[in-house]
Ligand binder design. Structure first.
Ligand SMILES: O=C(O)c1ccccc1N[C@@H]1O[C@H](COP(=O)(O)O)[C@@H](O)[C@H]1O
Length: 212
């Protein structure tokens, strides 16, 4: 089976069309005000409706409270939530149960110990995404930073998983070959500047990921 692809940080209708045209598996929509890719509920609802039945829609959020999630799920239909903060396994189980949505847990990786932390989420998360750990005080993702892919050499999880962090068209094939990641996730590697997607970069990324 070929690698699955998620293009994250979609903000514009034409970028979403490009992602769908390239047959990416997942489109990511970010709800995190400090991010240059942050969407209002109104903007997100328009994109999420445009995407319905055409691509799986993943909402990315950091340590969300129920107030925000109640509003989000009242207006937008998401296929999965990607949690990118310090959410505990208990909190993940609670969100899954309360909103009836698949929950992905992003694990920030710099060391082998970080990779091992993924096992804490088996039984609560539906999907594990290994992403690069970012510096204290910085955004918890979307900075184009990568980690040592060799750390994933013996990953063997009972849930699906993916690789993110600093991927782009020029390195994604090597990343897949080395890690055997079944899914790859990219944000800044498909942009010309933070938050501005580029259709050629989206196409090049998908082509390179499928070349392995
Ligand atoms: O992209 C963001 O702005 C972002 C903000 C807060 C948390 C996560 C974010 N992005 C996630 O990080 C990965 C990797 O990004 P990149 O490819 O290194 O730029 C991205 O795919 C999102 O899942």
């Amino acid at each position: 089976m070929s690698v699955q692809i998620k293009i994250c940080g979609i903000r514009e209708a034409h970028a979403l069309e490009a992602v769908i045209a390239e047959k990416a598996d997942f489109g990511g929509f970010i709800f995190h005000p400090p991010s240059p890719r942050n969407l209002s509920l109104e903007e997100a609802t328009a994109l999420i409706t445009q995407a319905q039945g055409r691509i799986q829609r993943v909402g990315l959020i950091v340590n969300p409270g129920d107030d925000f999630l109640d509003k989000l799920f009242a207006t937008a239909k998401l296929d999965a939530l990607q949690l990118q903060g310090s959410e505990s396994p208990q909190r993940i189980a609670e969100i899954r149960e309360r909103y009836g949505v698949k929950v992905w847990k992003a694990i920030a990786v710099a060391t082998k110990e970080d990779v091992r932390r993924a096992s804490d989420y088996l039984g609560s998360a539906d999907f594990i995404l290994f992403d690069a750990k970012t510096p204290p005080g910085a955004l918890p993702g979307g900075l184009g930073l990568r980690f040592d892919w060799n750390l994933l050499a013996d990953v063997n999880l009972s849930v699906p998983w993916g690789l993110a962090g600093g991927l782009h068209a020029q390195n994604v094939a090597e990343a897949i070959s080395l890690t055997k990641a079944p899914m790859v996730d990219v944000c800044s590697g498909t942009e010309i500047s933070p938050g501005m997607k580029d259709v050629d970069k989206i196409a090049a990324f998908c082509k390179a990921a499928r070349s392995v």
